[in-house]
Design a protein around this ligand. Sequence first.
Ligand code: KG4
Ligand code: ZN
Length: 330
Amino acid sequence: MKILGIETSCDETSVSVVQDGAKVLTLVTATSLEMHKKTRGITPENAARKQVEYMIPVLQEALSNQDVDAVAVTENPGLIGSLVVGVETAKALSFALDKPLHLISHLMGHIYSLWLDKNRKEQPKFPFVVLLVSGGHTELYLVKSHQQINFLGGTRDDAVGECFDKVARSLELGYPGGPAIDAEASKIFNSQFSIYFALRNTRKVCNKNTFKLPKPMITSKDCEFSFSGLKTAVHRITLSKKLNNDEVTQLAFEFRETAVEILISKLLFASKMNQTKNIAVVGGVAANALLRQRLEELRSTYTVFLPHLKYTGDNGAMIASNAYFNNYSK
Ligand code: KG4
Ligand code: ZN
């Protein structure tokens, strides 16, 4: 069963053909990221105009010589102008090819990145707790089956990806902020690589606590998050004095440590509450090097499911996979 998946919720125009929910036959993604770098953030109208420009060439390349049995598209949430381009394209294709159309939630789509290009052994086992971390969302779900995905809690204010983006802006590290902070923070990790590994539990090595950043809601006994206080704390530090390059690196390092500590601690809380040792992380922030490292370290006690790096960001393949498992798998 081959499904064509279309994802246009934000600044990516992504089209994919996926077989039986897991095997990615084609995946073509164009992005208007470079344009948004100039405005240090996304302008919705400009993103929508780029979707119109990219859609047909991306579709042509992804669909070349592929017969498909169904069409799937991201319906919500996202930027309305960007979403409309994908939804109208999918409707027209479904009509012209006379194939069923499936409207998919972007958030549920991210969860299905866990199945992409994974063999049966590596695919998630139910039930599992999944942390969805992206530019617009920070949420925990209990996934009991393909039909039963229960919302456990989410952020009360900023999403963690947005927090990375805003902190990078305060530190003048560029856009998008997640990869920029990851790279900046990794300078410390890399330069002290061996010592860090030898002494990583001592907390002395990188002098991690220079800026005393807050960890909002880390101890609250629920599945809720808050990131605006952490974002503001970093911003206040940058306003209070001109930071030199080393201080910028140190602050990026401490911010990443703090954000990841909050995410891991809430994920483990949710896992305990729901009595499952199966845990997963998906969404753009799941590309974070420190977060992935911490999850690798948990493998001795937990069964950890992570998407391949190339499927952490927005892509059409996860949308096709979701449509397959919701409608066609036994
Ligand atoms: O899922 P995604 O591609 O798009 C949305 O649905 O929002 O996530 C984008 C977010 C952005 O905030 C970006 O800064 C963040 O994911 N991100 C990262 C990393 N790579 C992307 N955050 C932290 N570390 C990264 N390596
Ligand atoms: Zn996303």
